[in-house]
Design a protein around this ligand. Sequence first.
Ligand code: MLT
Length: 258
Amino acid sequence: MEINPVDLFYKEYGQGTPVIFLHGFPFDHSIWEPLVPLLSKDARMILPDLRGFGRSPVTEDIYSMRLLAEDILHLMDHLKIEKAVLVGHSMGGYVSLAFAHAYPGRLLGLGLVATQAAADGPERRQARYKTAEAVAHKGARVVASSMVSTLTPQKELLQPINELIMSAHPTGIVGALKGMAERHDLTGELANISVPAVVIAGSSDQLVPKERVETLAQMLPKGWLITIPNAGHMLMMEDPQAVVTPLRELIKMAEREK
Ligand code: MLT
């Protein structure tokens, strides 16, 4: 596989143990901003835009999870960060797991938010290709109209989430859809992840099945599960405090094991 990492746009807050936050699909770094006032005293928070999203370069590739992980490694090298905690939301979680698989020596801990290790089934995969084709012709509104209402039970978040999706570049959306469709099932690799890992899930997440979240937490040797009540898929926007509390614990554990 040919890998050409790109220079990612990122924001940085605070000092201490580096914690890199990877957003889900089709968002950008700004979804994590509600956590900044709560966590930047405890850690060095790095919030990149993944390839194809926000202010990062948009390329025509299929954005395999491994390619997106490679961009993160490139960012860590640029920032001279030897090891970091990765916190990934949904697609960002797929990227974090791909990173853990490829670069275990660069990882201090894992925060897996509303995500899973399993790959797509055939139907989901087909649906992604169909959506990718529609987005290439009609733009981001295809994803916004089908996705927004499934993301959160909190009505006041629907508009900002819709705006965020509508601002995504169609080429980035297509690259990520194809990359997610082709991603590997990493369930069998979880037993090799030796760092502390917290799985954070919303009790009413419509996108990630509960069994998959439970499997993820059970199969990670140092994994534990936190379920946030009355929350959907966008936990960091819905209940930032409930996300920060287990992340703080994760960071402390990662620091002890350094
Ligand atoms: C995400 O939030 O990143 C996506 O919903 C993940 C997915 O479509 O599998």
